[in-house]
Every structure is written in C-alpha cells, then in structure tokens.
Design a protein around this ligand. Structure first.
Ligand code: DAH
Length: 341
C-alpha cells in the first residue's frame, strides 16, 4: 500500500494542467467519491492494526498535499485567465496597425482622368481587349496598307478574318457609335497591346484613355477648351497647352497636344529636353469617313476625339523614369503611392 500512496503522491506533485477543465478532471479522478484516494481509504480499513498508524499518517499527508496542490493550481489558472481578460479589456493599450495596401499609380491616374471628364459630362465606356479588324482599323479609316496593320505592330490571334489584341482604345469609339446615337460623350479607359520590345520607354502592354464627343456643331475650339481644362486639372492651374498639326487616319484635322513642363515651368529642363513642353496626347476632329462608316450623318453631326497613354501621364505626374516599374509590382515602388488614395 505504501507503494500506491507514493506513486499517487508523485503524480499529484508532477501534475501541470493547461486549463481549468483539465484540473477539475484530475481532482475528480483523485479526490472524487470514486477517486483513487477514496479507494485507498477503503483499502486502509482492511489493513492489519499494527500497520494502521504508519499508513494512516502517510494517507493523511497524501490527502493534504493533493488538496493543497489542487487549490494552488486552481488559483494559478484563474489568475492567468483573469489576466488575459484584463488585457483584452484594457482600452488604453495602443492598437496594432493593420498594414493597408495602396492603389496602383495607373489606377490612381486613370481614376483622376475619368473624374475630370465626368465633370464635363462624359460617361465611361468600355470594350473588349480581343477585337476584330473592323473595330480597330477599318471603321477608323485605316487604309488597307497602313503599317499598324502589320504583324510587327499588332498581335494577331487569327488571320482571315483577322482577330487581334486591340492596339488602341479608339476601338471603343466604334463600339460606342454602334450602340448609341448622338449626342455622344464618352471617356474610354482600357488596356492595349503592341508588338514592341520592352524597354524603359516602351512596353507591349499599356493603358490608354480615349475620349469621344459627337453632337451638332462641335468645333475645334470646343476640343481645345476641353483639353485645356483637363491639363489644368491634372497638371495644375498654371499649365498651358499647345497643339501641333499631326496625322491620324480617324481624325481630320489631327493634332498632337503638349503641356507646358510642370517641372521647369516652361524654361527647359532635362525632362522636357530643353523645350519647355511635354507631349501628352493625340486628338482631332472625327473624320467624316469614320462618322459615315458608323452610321452617323457627317452633314448633321461633327465631333472630336482624343487619346492618351495613362503610363505617360503618370510618369509626368509622379516623375517615374522607367515604364517597367508599373508592371513589376515591386512593393517598394507601389508603397510610395499609399498616401495618394
Ligand atoms: N489611337 C491613337 C494612338 O493609339 C491615339 C489617338 C490619337 C486617339 C488621336 C484619338 C485621336 O482619338 O483623335 O496613338
């Protein structure tokens, strides 16, 4: 019997519960009505009288030790739980900051441009990235031998009939004219694809925003005023614009638009290559051939269109020197825009 008592004593002393439930289970197993100590007490009744004194003392020691140990453990566990509860309830503790992601600079600039034109009454239109020849070239007055139709510039998916990745968002002009009668006033953001070698200045994927306004009596002066408003909103109130004659198949007359360099204020620096001007977009009056191809009477309606690269605007706005940064998604680059929500 001494062995049994010592064994139980050792187990009581070594017991280290993790939770109150575990302790309670142990208490019942040892001290409960059907517990091990109770069983030993029963056994004690049957021992020889000359052993009673010694064994009685051993049993009493075991009982006291077990009761005290269990009480001490209960207090320890209770304190730990109260501690945890107190920690949760302490509202004065400093909070732990959850790191937030940031918007991509291309998304920031796209949204800003869309918002500027929304203030002029433009709504957003979108179109598919996989297009056919009609929407990207033919309906936009591209002659059959135009170099943009060449494999070197365009990613073709199928030939005859041609299925291709759109090379510009001007295709959304065509899709809009198919759906909608004038007056039309849309701004069309989207991703475009060109078969170009990737460098700091060119990429095979980039983003454009296209604008189209068609109504009765729309003039070149309206175009100029709208683009001046846009330039001042995006690059600052002191910004000037200039238009240089250019050529696009879908506009006549066509122009290239420059804004005064916002870094040197027009004096000339290395960003504007000493000219004081930065090229930002192409534009022009919608060619009557385009209106006719899309079922709009050029005798009654006129309109203007413009198109710009979002990467280019973002580069000028944020001073980003390498186009590839926009696509690599290095968080050290992206985090620099997290205050620009
Ligand atoms: N689609 C032209 C490009 O990708 C940009 C452009 C120029 C769009 C003139 C227009 C425009 O709507 O009128 O280079």
């Amino acid at each position: 019997m001494t062995n049994k008592i010592n064994d139980l004593l050792r187990r009581v002393e070594a017991f280290k519960p993790q939770a109150a439930a575990e302790l309670e289970e142990f208490r019942i197993k040892i001290l409960g009505k059907k517990g091990e100590l109770t069983a030993l007490m029963e056994e004690f009744k049957t021992v020889a009288p000359e052993l009673k004194r010694e064994l009685g003392q051993q049993l009493n020691r075991l009982k006291t030790t077990a009761t005290e140990r269990i009480n001490a453990l209960r207090e320890e566990l209770g304190n730990a739980a109260a501690d945890r509860a107190a920690r949760v309830e302490d509202m004065t503790r400093p909070g732990s900051a959850e790191p937030l992601g940031s918007r991509h600079p291309i998304s920031l600039v796209r949204r800003e441009i869309v918002e500027v034109f929304a203030r002029l009454g433009y709504t957003v239109a979108e179109g598919p990235e996989i297009e056919d020849d009609w929407h990207v070239f033919s309906a936009l007055n591209f002659p059959p031998e135009h170099p943009a139709r060449d494999m070197q510039d365009t990613f073709f998916i199928e030939k005859d009939p041609d299925i291709l990745l759109r090379t510009h968002t001007s295709s959304i002009q065509v899709r809009t004219m198919e759906r909608q009668k004038p007056p039309i006033r849309v701004i069309c953001p989207g991703r475009v694809f060109r078969n170009e070698a990737i460098s700091s200045r060119a990429h095979c994927i980039f983003h454009q925003i296209e604008g189209l306004y068609i109504d009765e009596g729309v003039s070149f002066a309206d175009l100029k005023q709208s683009l001046l408003y846009f330039a001042k909103e995006v690059f600052g109130g002191q910004t000037a614009i200039r238009m240089r004659p250019s050529y696009f198949p879908f506009t006549e007359p066509s122009a290239e638009v420059d804004v005064s360099c916002n870094l040197c204020g027009g004096k000339g620096c290395n960003v504007c290559k000493g000219t004081g001007w930065l090229e930002i977009m192409g534009c022009g009056m919608v060619d009557p051939n385009v209106l006719t191809a899309n079922g709009i009477d050029p005798q009654k309606y006129s309109g203007f269109a413009f198109g710009m690269g979002i990467e280019r605007i973002a580069m000028l706005k944020y001073g980003v020197k390498d186009l590839r940064l926009y696509f690599e998604n290095d968080v050290r680059f992206l985090r620099q825009f997290d205050s620009a929500l």
